[in-house]
Write a protein that binds this ligand. Structure first.
Ligand code: FAD
Ligand code: DLZ
Ligand code: SF4
Length: 518
């Protein structure tokens, strides 16, 4: 803290609230009020975040503090290595309140239940009234989502998305969806070829502020997962917007078609790689959707790409946030299959003969990024098939991705990927054998296992694990109409064949449990 002169309102801005229009600043006075931002050890270690994620958040925070100061705000900024830093939000808030004796402490609601629960005790802790304001950076409010969810038997994203299209008028023509359909996924989901033009995300050079942060993170978090360099993330609004503009120009047109594709060495394909910027507040979701709509209207992107992209932000992103706040805190403990296996060690190293996992985990370690289908159909699929404890899976996703905050990560992991909520979010578990991965990627060609073999030590482990998963979880899944066909196939199989699959899966899982290299 730089001063003890007191203030009217003390406004705390968190590391993912880096938006000048954040609700906590609304109505504030640059002369009489103060902003505080704090780098705290607790936020960097409550899960052991990837080094690049920590560096991104801290550097973006420092740049935002500079932006606020240039705009005339008085900002008290506590760095991680400041001597008096107590290491937690509550410690820093208590220290600032004691020094400044504000009339009110104002904070926009945080994105994680854990922090919200903490904030509820700050008034008693400090003696200063705490005003918690709604986070207005989403396209639908918490109350709006609750109203949508009320009395519905099923909370399916597709229904929610259609209402959001109507609400925002995005890609609508005279009250009807552009092109006559709500969803163009039937045109998407094509595998990619290596000879395609491969767009690359914008790469920013670290400035002096980022360099200082990189040194700090390298020195303090050397034992956390991930490589720190090269560091190329945007850390300012201007650079994040430029990164999105480059995506619009070079990659959006291919986004729909190649949305589910995977290729060895191609970490980004036609994805926008902006989730870390968006979730930290450097970009605005509705603004991105409008820009994509404009690209479609100008003829710069086909409808399947524009619709597919808008659905991710207007649909999925808003929907998972709604589900998170509707279902927490119990949601975090969901474990419909009672899965209890420990997360395999190779999730932290990428050292496995399974090429698909080595690729997805390897690029996660390098970039703190993997695209959606890698998260869902490679790392998520394997964890689900292997019966890994969903809470461990959740903590892994929360730690390793630069875009991960619990409001968005938890429903994606617990609900979409691990089906641990028993089908609240997804209508069936996202599981597959090696066949799907082979169809959507070129990984299998360079794997220690053979995707064509069904059982035995040399066979692709996904093949036997898939059937063993269905058999093991029959009680939970038997009524699921979308699994009728796989269960019918399994039931038709000769008992000896079934036994072979189950034995093969059990042998593989035993090797995993013995920490043998797989
Ligand atoms: P693109 O593919 O270019 O998509 C555009 C944008 O749409 C993304 O930036 C993101 O803001 C939004 N979006 C797409 N899919 C989703 C989704 N399912 N939920 C919410 N928003 C979505 N996304 C996060 O932002 N943070 C997370 O912590 C996170 N954890 C995930 C964990 C699992 C197990 C899975 C299966 C998905 C997770 N996702 C998460 C969703 C998705 O994988 C990422 O948003 C996406 O990969 C980010 O890369 P991108 O910016 O290139 O996205
Ligand atoms: C993720 C993160 C990290 C690594 N560090 C900080 C920090 O030092 N200070 C801060 O204000 N925020 C940080 N964050 C983001 C917070 O974890 C995030 O604001 C909460 O989880 C609420 O969503
Ligand atoms: Fe993955 Fe199986 Fe293909 Fe190997 S063969 S890359 S383990 S899907």
């Amino acid at each position: 803290m730089t001063t003890k002169t007191g203030c009217r309102h003390l406004i705390l801005i968190l590391g993912d609230q880096l938006t000048p229009a954040i609700s906590s600043l609304l109505g504030a006075d640059r002369e009489r009020d103060r902003v505080m931002m704090v780098e705290v050890q607790e936020e960097t270690t409550y899960v052991r975040h990837h080094k690049k994620k920590i560096a991104f958040v801290l550097s973006a925070m420092r740049h935002f503090a500079r932006e606020l100061r240039e705009d005339g705000w008085q900002v008290d900024y506590v760095k991680l290595d400041d001597d008096a830093n107590t290491g937690s939000f509550r410690g820093e808030v208590a220290r600032a309140c004691a020094a400044l004796a504000p009339e009110t402490l104002i904070v926009t609601e945080p994105g994680e239940w854990r922090v919200r629960a903490d904030i509820s005790s700050w008034q008693e802790l400090t003696g200063v009234p705490v005003e918690l304001r709604e986070d207005t950076r989403f396209i639908i409010s918490g109350a709006g989502f609750r109203a949508w969810a009320a009395d519905r038997k099923q909370l399916r994203m597709e229904h929610f998305y259609r209402e959001m299209r109507l609400k925002t008028d995005l890609l609508m023509e005279n009250g009807k969806p552009a092109g006559g359909k709500w969803n163009y996924d039937a045109d998407n989901r094509k595998p990619a070829r290596t000879d395609l033009f491969m767009p690359q995300p914008a790469r920013c050079s670290p400035d002096e502020i980022t360099r200082e942060v990189l040194d700090l993170v390298g020195a303090r978090f050397g034992d956390h997962v991930g490589t720190l360099e090269p560091f190329w993330f945007a850390v300012t609004r201007r650079d994040a917007e430029a990164a999105f503009d480059l995506f619009l120009k070079e990659a959006l047109a291919g986004f729909g078609t190649y949305q589910d594709a995977m290729l060895t060495g191609e970490k980004f394909l036609y994805h926008s790689v902006i989730s870390a910027y968006l979730n930290a507040g450097l970009l605005d979701p509705l603004d991105l959707c409008r820009k994509v709509e404009a690209a479609y209207e100008k003829g710069n992107a086909p409808l399947n790409a524009a619709e597919g992209y808008i659905r991710q932000i207007l649909g999925w992103r808003e929907y998972v946030r709604g589900i998170y706040w509707l279902k927490m805190p119990d949601y975090a403990g969901s474990n419909a299959f009672g899965a209890s296996r420990s997360l395999p060690g190779f999730y932290w190293t990428g050292e496995t003969g399974m090429r698909c996992l080595a690729e997805a985990v390897g690029q996660t370690i390098e970039e703190a990024y993997a695209h959606h289908i890698q998260r869902l159909m490679i790392t998520g699929n394997f964890a689900l098939l292997a019966g890994v404890d969903p809470h461990e899976v959740h903590e892994w996703y929360l730690a390793v991705y630069a875009d991960a905050y619990e409001w968005v990560e938890l429903p994606n992991t617990i609900g979409m990927s691990q089906f641990a909520d028993g089908g609240l979010l997804a209508s069936k578990p996202y599981v597959s054998s090696g066949n799907y991965i082979n169809k959507m990627s070129d990984y299998c060609g360079d794997c220690s296992y053979d995707v064509r073999l069904k059982t035995g030590k040399a066979a692709c482990p996904f093949n036997a694990l898939y059937w063993a998963f269905l058999e093991r979880n029959r009680d939970v899944l038997k009524g699921n109409p979308r699994l009728g066909q796989p269960y019918a196939t399994w039931n038709r199989m000769a008992p000896e064949k079934q036994a072979e699959y189950l034995e093969s899966a059990a042998n593989f899982l035993e090797r995993l449990d013995r920490n043998e290299s797989v």
